[in-house]
Design a protein around this ligand. Structure first.
Ligand SMILES: [Zn+2]
Length: 279
């Protein structure tokens, strides 16, 4: 569940057109820093980054189970099950699948704990991951909506705060001077959005094959303010509506969820070459 947002008809083209403007604007606002959250995320990130740097097996993927702790997310068709439970179960199952396909995988959370959006974004940036996948489930006011959609998460605000954000949350580049790092960030950010659009399209195609054309709500575009500095492709998948009387029950079926995660995994594998090319 996320806030309502209008669909963007042709995200890939819109992104391509928008690329020229990214990074041109000057910074105005300093970026806020959150305290202990950042410290703990940074520690995790440094460890993960070091581990990954040592092995370099292939793309590093960060799976984000939406919500958690006091942030329950959407209510499901059953009183004791919320979106946060479903996203965690799916995240764990997706991790196994991706690891079985040879990917390095990290999780933003592995238990029912609260994480702010900023913490999640910071983890993605500091772990320097190649792909960020956020899992969510939807709900609608009258419980009548159904279907699946994939969002490309774009660092929209880079045109406003690009310079400050680069310093705060851009990719870590130890051996490169600040100006060059900023330029490289811009280039990577641009290409990562095209890759995210391609991946999102594949995810929707595979989900459509499994769940039917009628449920295809399309690829959408949204900014996720936590990922402002991210230079990696980032997608957010709304797997279905957990409050819909039929789809909601279906989503509680681990077997069906497994097939959906197979479909998502296949889409990731299809684009693995592009992801690896970033390194
Ligand atoms: Zn959600």
């Amino acid at each position: 569940m996320r806030r309502p947002h209008p669909a963007y008809p042709h995200p890939a083209y819109a992104l391509l057109l928008g690329l020229a403007f990214i990074g041109l604007a000057a910074a105005s606002n300093p970026v806020e820093h959150t305290a202990s959250a950042a410290a703990s995320a940074a520690a995790t990130a440094a460890k993960a980054s070091a581990e990954h740097g040592a092995s370099k097996k292939g793309p590093l993927i960060l799976i984000d189970a939406g919500h958690g702790g006091t942030n329950t997310g959407a209510p499901s068709v059953r009183a004791d099950i919320f979106e946060k439970h479903l996203t965690l179960a799916m995240a764990e199952a997706l991790r196994v699948r991706l690891q079985n396909r040879g990917y390095e995988v990290r999780m933003t959370r592995t238990s029912d704990t609260y994480l702010s959006l900023r913490q999640r974004g910071r983890m993605a940036n500091e772990m320097n991951v190649d792909l960020f996948i956020s899992l969510h489930a939807n709900a609608s006011e009258n419980h009548s909506h159904s279907g699946f959609e994939t969002y490309i998460l774009t660092p929209e605000a880079v045109d406003i705060d690009s310079r400050a954000l680069r310093h705060d949350s851009g990719r870590v580049r130890p051996d490169v001077d600040a100006d060059t790092a900023a330029l490289l960030d811009d280039i990577e950010r641009s290409s990562s959005q095209v890759r995210a659009a391609e991946l999102a399209t594949s995810i929707q195609q595979n989900m459509r094959s499994l769940r039917g054309k009628a449920g295809d709500r399309g690829v959408r575009q949204d900014s996720m303010h936590v990922l402002l500095g991210a230079t990696m492709p980032a997608v957010l998948i709304e797997v279905g509506f957990i409050d819909h009387p039929i789809e909601g029950e279906e989503l509680l079926d681990a077997k069906l969820r497994g097939r959906m995660l197979d479909a998502i995994t296949d889409a990731v594998v299809t684009h693995a070459g592009d992801l690896a090319a970033r390194r």
